[in-house]
Each structure stands twice: as structure tokens, then as C-alpha cells.
Design a protein around this ligand. Structure first.
Ligand SMILES: NC(=O)c1ccc[n+]([C@@H]2O[C@H](COP(=O)([O-])OP(=O)(O)OC[C@H]3O[C@@H](n4cnc5c(N)ncnc54)[C@H](OP(=O)(O)O)[C@@H]3O)[C@@H](O)[C@H]2O)c1
Length: 338
């Protein structure tokens, strides 16, 4: 029986938020496997702010997705057919699966694929969030880029999201006073009551700057920055001289299509160290994942996910990251793992 593969191909580059109109949804038969190939049934897509950046023709850390190309995306799947020596039917894999039902592993081509334990100790979506790239990003950001020490004040922006929620909890494990910034009272409540942050500040509130000042009486030693723009400016203005910034992301800029200039004179005035980083530069991810899985399984950090359904909904689901309607890791279930 011919297996059909639904794929979302980038048709036009979005301006602002993403729409299904920016994509062609096509259905093509899966080709016979050649030697060295394996077929992966995609189970979960990782919905990442960087997906939106990949859609824009701007300088970035990977080439933008070309018009007519299957939308690039990290995800998880199971090998369902194999003519590869390295992958067997039933293997659980993580890789750049793309917005489609089936992805092809081809040993003859460069590709990013990692084999995972077939029965992992945490739920599959957690392998894309707290125990996956989000957790790894938070881990290296606070242990190597801007290590936070006991007694220091750490401020995390987009704190109720995937990276931020883990960064804040790692900060607590390291003995810091942790202040989260998030949009709305419910997310702020969640940070303090469910995740154990010391304080949370609503950046949408009119008195945001006053709230931030009240929550950081000793200033800010480390800023784990996920947002940029006015949120970042407010945090930088609270930093102590010699403070450190792990510049993880600037989500406030991604859907705006441009690169707003900003006034960074505060970095000079406060002699700050600002270090940008990319989690995927860390090749030793096993150490981070081992610690993260241990913390999640041991109940030391809480993993949270927002799970959406349906491949065809990928464009609108991605927008949730920019509208703030996700808590924890946003994933899209493409198929159930039976
Ligand atoms: N450097 C790396 O290697 C690396 C790796 C992964 C992710 N990142 C970066 O980490 C950041 C978080 O990514 P994530 O995957 O964990 O996403 P996420 O935090 O789960 O979701 C994005 C959150 O950002 C907040 N947000 C969106 N637009 C905003 C704006 N204009 N101002 C303030 N807050 C805004 C929203 O929460 P509210 O409801 O609070 O607004 C939203 O829920 C992104 O900047 C991403 O690019 C970097």
C-alpha cells in the first residue's frame, strides 16, 4: 500500500504572524527506501521561536528555509521502515524532521539525527522541552555562559515559557533569588506557586518597572534574556555593576521582520558582560540531559508542556509563541505513538 506524506512547504515569507496561506500543503507518496535510508513517522514537532526566524530572509545562524522547501523543524519520531545499518524499526529518534508526516534519514547526506532510548524515563514531549533543547539551553546558559551563584539575584524573561521555566528552576537549584518576568497574572502566579520562583513580574502591567524594582531590591546579578526590547532594557537598568547577561533570545524582534536598533549604552555604564550563545554549539549534551532527566524524574524541577494537535495547524500553533498562549514547552502532536 502506498504511504502518503503530507508536507507543509514554505510558499511566501510571512510578515508579522504566520498563516496557513504562507504554505502549500501537499500530499506525496513516500518513495521506496534505498540502501542506507530509514523512514521516520513524525510524532511531535517542536514549536520554536527560531522557526519564525528561519522563515525570514535575514542573516541568521542557519540558512533561511527556501521558498518551496518543507518547513524546517526539530521533532521526534519512530523509525517505521529501514534499510539502514544504524537505525532499526521501532527506534525513537530526534532530528530536523520538518513539518511533515514522514521524514527520511539518509546516511549518505548530512543531517541532524539523535537516537533516543526506545522507552525514555520521561514523556515524549518532555524530551523536546525540559529534557531536550530548551533544558539544555537553560542549563548551559546558567552554568557556562553566565553562571549564577548562591545568593545572587537572577532575572529570567519569558519565564513561563519552555527555556525560561527551566532556567528559573535551575537558578533556584543553584541557590539564587529568582525573579521571573511573564505576561499576565496567571503566568506570574504559576511561576511563584507552582515552580517556586521567589517573585514574578508582569511585563504587561502599567507599573512593570516599579514591580521589577520591588522584586530586585539588591539589583540584578544575572539576566537570562529571552525577550529583548523594552523588557530587556528594564532589566539591564536594574543590573549591578559588573552584572552578567546570558543573551539567549530576542523573541520580541522575531515576528517584526526587522532588526530594531537599540540603545545599549547601559552595557557600558554598568560594565556588563553580555554573552550570546547557541545551545547547539554544545556538543556534550549528554551531561546536561543526564542532569535534567535526573532533576525531572527526582521532582527537583517541573516540566510543563502545552500540546497542540494536527500537522495542518502548525503555522497557527507557532503563532502562540508570539501571542503568549503557551506555558512551558509548546509541541504539536502529529501522530500518536502506538
Ligand atoms: N540561544 C539558543 O540556543 C536558544 C535555544 C532555544 C530558545 N532560544 C530562545 O529562547 C527564547 C524562549 O524560547 P522558548 O522556546 O522557550 O519559547 P517560550 O518561552 O516557550 O515561548 C515564547 C514566550 O515568549 C513570550 N513573548 C513572546 N513575545 C513577547 C514579547 N514581545 N515580549 C515579551 N514576551 C514575549 C510569551 O510569553 P508571555 O506570555 O510571558 O508574553 C511566549 O509564551 C526565545 O527567544 C528563543 O529564541 C534560544
Amino acid at each position: 500500500m502506498t504511504v502518503m506524506n503530507r508536507q507543509l512547504l514554505l510558499k511566501t515569507r510571512p510578515e508579522g504572524l504566520v498563516s496557513l496561506d504562507n504554505f502549500d500543503l501537499r500530499e506525496v507518496p513516500v518513495a521506496e527506501l534505498a540502501d542506507g535510508q530509514a523512514l521516520v513517522r513524525v510524532l511531535y514537532l517542536s514549536m520554536d521561536p527560531t522557526n519564525r526566524v528561519w522563515m525570514s530572509d535575514i542573516p541568521q545562524y542557519m540558512p533561511p528555509v527556501a521558498i518551496g522547501e518543507v518547513m524546517r523543524s526539530l521533532g521526534l519520531g519512530r523509525v517505521v521502515a529501514s534499510k539502514s545499518k544504524h537505525y532499526a524499526v521501532g527506534d525513537l529518534v530526534q532530528g530536523l524532521v520538518g513539518w511533515q508526516d514522514y521524514a527520511l534519514i539518509d546516511e549518505g547526506k548530512m543531517g541532524y539525527w539523535v537516537k533516543l532510548p526506545p522507552k525514555p524515563p520521561v514523556a515524549l514531549p518532555t524530551l523536546l522541552g525540559a529534557c531536550g533543547f530548551s533544558g539544555i539551553t537553560a542549563y548551559y546558559g546558567l552554568t557556562e555562559i553566565a553562571p549564577v551563584e548562591a545568593g545572587e539575584t537572577l532575572v529570567v524573561s519569558a519565564a513561563a515559557g519552555s527555556v525560561g521555566s527551566i532556567a528559573g528552576q535551575i537558578g533556584k537549584l543553584r541557590g539564587a533569588r529568582v525573579v521571573g518576568i511573564a505576561g499576565g497574572a496567571e503566568k506570574c502566579r504559576h511561576l511563584v506557586e507552582d515552580l517556586g520562583f521567589d517573585a514574578a513580574v508582569d511585563y504587561k502591567a502599567e507599573d512593570f518597572k516599579q514591580q521589577l524594582a520591588a522584586a530586585t531590591p539588591d539589583g540584578v546579578h544575572v539576566n537570562f534574556e529571552n525577550v529583548g526590547g523594552p523588557v530587556m532594557r528594564a532589566v539591564l537598568s536594574r543590573m549591578v555593576n559588573g552584572g552578567r547577561v546570558a543573551l539567549c533570545g530576542l523573541i520580541a524582534n522575531y515576528a517584526s521582520g526587522g532588526r530594531p536598533s537599540d540603545d545599549y549604552s547601559v552595557i557600558i555604564v554598568k560594565r556588563l558582560t553580555v554573552r550570546g550563545f547557541l545551545a547547539f554549539d554544545y556538543k556534550d549534551q549528554a551531561r546536561a540531559v543526564q542532569d535534567l532527566v535526573g532533576w525531572v524524574v527526582g521532582g527537583k524541577i517541573k516540566a510543563g508542556e502545552t500540546i497542540a494537535e494536527g500537522l495542518e495547524n502548525a503555522p497557527t500553533v507557532l503563532n502562540r509563541l508570539f501571542q503568549g498562549s503557551n506555558t512551558g514547552k509548546l509541541v504539536l502532536r502529529v501522530a500518536h505513538d502506538d
